[in-house]
Design a protein. Structure first.
Length: 86
């Protein structure tokens, strides 16, 4: 993760935020020697929080592991997606 100083952020806020949005990567902002904050897109943050939530549920973790193992074993099937969109 790229890091910039608070002064750099302050001088060029608009361009820094546009960079974060364009690159879809978080950016660490060094406030002082011991403190940093992270700037990231709200959509990326929401996705990260959802992943954390799902990973904390043992039932979801078991389902994911089962699905991953099935995929590795070639146990996949094709479905008609239009059925689920209506």
């Amino acid at each position: 993760m790229q890091t910039i100083t608070f002064n750099e952020l302050e001088k060029d806020l608009r361009n820094v935020l546009n960079l974060v949005k364009r690159e879809h990567q978080p950016l660490a902002v060094s406030i002082d020697n011991d403190n940093e904050i992270v700037v990231m897109e709200a959509e990326e943050y929401s996705s990260l929080m959802e992943t954390c939530y799902l990973s904390n549920n043992p039932v979801n973790v078991a389902r994911l592991k089962k699905g991953i193992n099935q995929h590795k074993q070639g146990k996949t099937k094709t479905i008609e997606i239009k059925t689920y969109l209506d």
